[in-house]
Design a protein. Structure first.
Length: 482
């Protein structure tokens, strides 16, 4: 009995490298993500809709590039090398953002996009390769991994919010860059644990020709991403072309694969589409919900005015609290063969995050004399938001580890970020537009009315899609052979 418990609960050695590097990377990335809308409105005078568009393009690019990064990790460059270059690129990008000049702003954003592309799939790819087929530790392992990543996400908005308030935007970005370099140090301390989990190409010495091609590709990508960030309409066309190329690639893979692999690929892609719905709701936290907190939430706690961005730490805080509870629950149910299939968890996740927006709608009906709502509504909303996130986003990579053919782990994880997150970011911009407050509008009741209607409609969209997902869930389960 004790032996079985050890096999079930003890995580592979590469787990620790994955969580420490991801924790630092998420801190740096979230420093920028949490501040981007507020920063561009304050420094560059962008309207709500303009800030939402830039946020959408940046995150679209940041989640598009992992599809290519996953392919490079599996077939060209190796997972460990992608980890190193990704951390260096993101850290340098944030340090450039700390320099007060617009040219460094665009170059910094572009380097961060490249870094995310190289790094994003690497820790999850290493971790997935550390498990055996039908390993009972997968769901609990990835849930704990997701919790660890959110430790970085928890401290990022608190540190960034107070650093920005007392020392300025530039210091907040500089801190983010330095923490990314701390992640690089963690990698080198723990690097031996990742050797056996690397891809075949990652364990070989690369020729100067490949190194030159990679460096050249990074330079060209930097120039292209700067252009796309400045020209968002062109970026939308780019996203459409990238998605089309990926669709054609998967058609090719489906045609050449065995019958079992065909079904698994289709099941994965269907769940990735569900992930896209989730991310369109998820990104509201950094756009419409952030400005909602800034404008209509009473942010004073014990006489201390809490920075707007610091409220976003509620999301990772709830993740940290709920993750071990869900991990224990998954293990308990799995031992008794009562665990819910991942298809049902996805549907429940969409339902839960939809309820978050209904809570925000209800909150607009309970305002104080100064036309502000209590911060306790935000605490409750982020509880539902975070539970939904754990049921979908945290298990997205676990879904791939369970269902996808092993030869396609890297590219399928990249596709999760491309289709689910990139297109989700694009759709989220349209949804956030429902909460667009004109610059000239300052009347509190009118602003509350705009947010109340917007959150009700967003919640209604999510609820409708939840019903559809529950209806098709049994068919996906059969295809995935769960």
């Amino acid at each position: 009995m004790s032996t079985n418990k050890t096999v079930t609960l003890k995580q592979p050695k590469v787990f620790y490298l994955a969580i420490f590097t991801s924790m630092c990377e998420r801190f740096g990335f979230y420093v920028l993500t949490f501040l981007l809308v507020l920063y561009t409105k304050d420094i560059y005078g962008l309207s709500d809709s303009q800030a939402f568009i830039l946020f959408g393009v940046f995150n679209g690019l940041a989640f598009l590039t992992p599809a290519l990064g996953g392919y490079l990790a599996d077939n060209v460059f190796g997972i460990r090398r992608c980890t190193i270059l990704g951390l260096i690129s993101e850290g340098t990008g944030l340090i450039l953002l700390s320099i007060p000049a617009q040219v460094f702003f665009w170059a910094g954003l572009s380097l961060i996009v490249i870094g995310v592309g190289l790094f994003k799939t690497a820790p999850t790819n290493l971790l997935a390769r550390g498990y055996t087929k039908d390993d009972p530790r997968i769901d609990s392992g990835f849930t704990l991994f997701y919790m660890a990543m959110n430790v970085g996400g928890f401290f990022a908005p608190i540190v960034a919010g107070f650093a920005q308030r007392y020392f300025g935007w530039n210091v907040a970005f500089l801190i983010g860059g330095l923490v990314l370099y701390l992640g690089l140090l963690c990698y080198f301390v723990l690097r031996r644990s990742a050797e056996s989990s690397d891809s075949a190409i990652g364990r070989k010495k690369l020729s100067p020709k490949i190194w030159s091609a990679v460096i050249f590709g990074i330079i060209i990508s930097l120039i292209c991403f700067i252009f796309l960030l400045i020209h968002p309409i062109t970026a939308d066309v780019f996203f459409a072309i990238a998605a089309l190329i990926l669709v054609l690639y998967f058609i090719y893979e489906i045609l050449k694969s065995s019958k079992d692999d065909k079904s698994k690929i289709i099941a994965c892609l269907t769940l990735i589409f569900v992930g896209m719905i989730f991310f369109s709701l998820y990104f509201q936290a950094f756009t419409s919900m952030t400005l909602f907190i800034q404008r209509v939430v009473r942010r004073a706690v014990f006489g201390i005015d809490i920075p707007t961005v610091a409220f976003l730490s509620l999301n990772p805080l709830w993740i940290i609290i709920l993750s071990p509870i869900l991990a224990v629950l998954y293990n308990y149910l799995k031992k008794r063969n009562k665990d819910l299939p991942i298809t049902s968890k996805f549907a429940l996740g969409i339902l839960t995050i939809s309820l978050c927006f209904f809570v925000l709608k209800i909150s607009t009906l309970f305002v104080s004399g100064e036309e502000k709502i209590s911060a306790l509504w935000i605490v409750l909303a982020f509880f539902l938001f975070s539970l939904g996130e754990l049921l979908v986003s945290a298990l997205g990579v676990a879904m791939i580890a369970q269902i996808a053919p092993k030869r396609m782990y890297g590219v399928m994880m990249g596709t999760w970020f491309l289709i689910a997150a990139t297109l989700g970011a694009s759709v989220s911009g349209l949804l956030a537009g429902l909460a667009n407050v004109p610059k000239a509008l300052h009347e509190s009741h009118a602003i509350l009315t705009i947010y109340g209607k917007a959150f009700f409609h967003i919640g209604l969209i999510g609820l409708s899609l939840t019903i559809v997902i529950f209806l098709v869930s049994p068919y996906i389960k059969r295809m995935a052979k769960l």
